[in-house]
Design a binder for this molecule. Structure first.
Ligand code: ZN
Length: 218
């Protein structure tokens, strides 16, 4: 089977326009203003996201993108967002072979990926994912209470449940990463850590004793 991702070449000729709909400004939710704001890197440059490109039809000079849903954006179990492509190739003709889409949606269901714009409570209640996959306690409680939000457009701010779930998944991922780092440390590194700790304790004790002596001499 061919590789399922097919990126279209962009700007392969000087002055050529990039393929439409294959890149966009990265946006994030801003807690303070309650709006979506553009993401900037540490130098203040705009962050650009690449998306799975759609195939084009028509003459090379005036090609227009095919009207096909190329990818679904998901919040993954580790708290990151991905655009999972659902057609086998950028040039796939709509409504012909849906096998890759079925594979991706089954995978998303198994791992508890939440589609962007969908409330996690709604995803559980509609049967898209299982409740066990929800990480945030508050969202689990909201599900028990029967709360659910309307679907929002991907450009709109996500609902509070989505934001809480995203933060909880990210926090869990950081925690698990730290555990893996600790487990992967060599014996030499662990022994060096213990030496450093012992030295610090000794220094603190000596400093404490010196302070006591200085205090007693007055
Ligand atoms: Zn919600």
């Amino acid at each position: 089977m061919a590789h399922s991702i097919l990126w279209l070449e962009e700007k392969n000729k000087a002055g050529a326009k990039p393929a439409p709909r294959s890149r966009r400004r990265a946006m994030t939710y801003d807690e303070k203003s309650g709006r979506m704001v553009p993401v900037e890197d540490d130098l203040g440059n705009p962050v650009i996201e690449r998306l799975p490109a759609a195939g084009h039809t028509g003459p090379v000079t005036h090609a227009s993108p095919m009207q096909v849903r190329r990818a679904i954006e998901f919040l993954k179990f580790d708290g990151s967002m991905i655009a999972a492509q659902i057609t086998g190739a950028a040039a796939a003709v709509p409504d012909t072979d849906r096998s890759h889409e079925l594979y991706i949606t089954a995978k998303a269901r198994y791992h508890g990926w939440v589609e962007k714009g969908v409330c996690p409570c709604d995803a559980v209640m509609s049967g898209a994912i299982k409740k066990q996959r929800i990480v945030d306690k508050g969202v689990r409680e909201a599900i028990d209470k029967g709360e659910r939000c309307q679907r929002t457009a991907p450009s709109q701010p996500p609902c509070k449940h989505f934001r809480a779930e995203e933060a909880a998944r990210k926090a869990r991922n950081v925690e698990e990463d730290a555990k893996r780092c600790e487990a992967a440390k060599s014996d030499a590194a662990k022994s060096a850590d213990r030496h450093t700790e012992a030295l610090l304790t000794l220094t603190e004790r000596l400093a404490g004793e010196a302070a006591k002596k200085a205090g007693g001499g007055k």
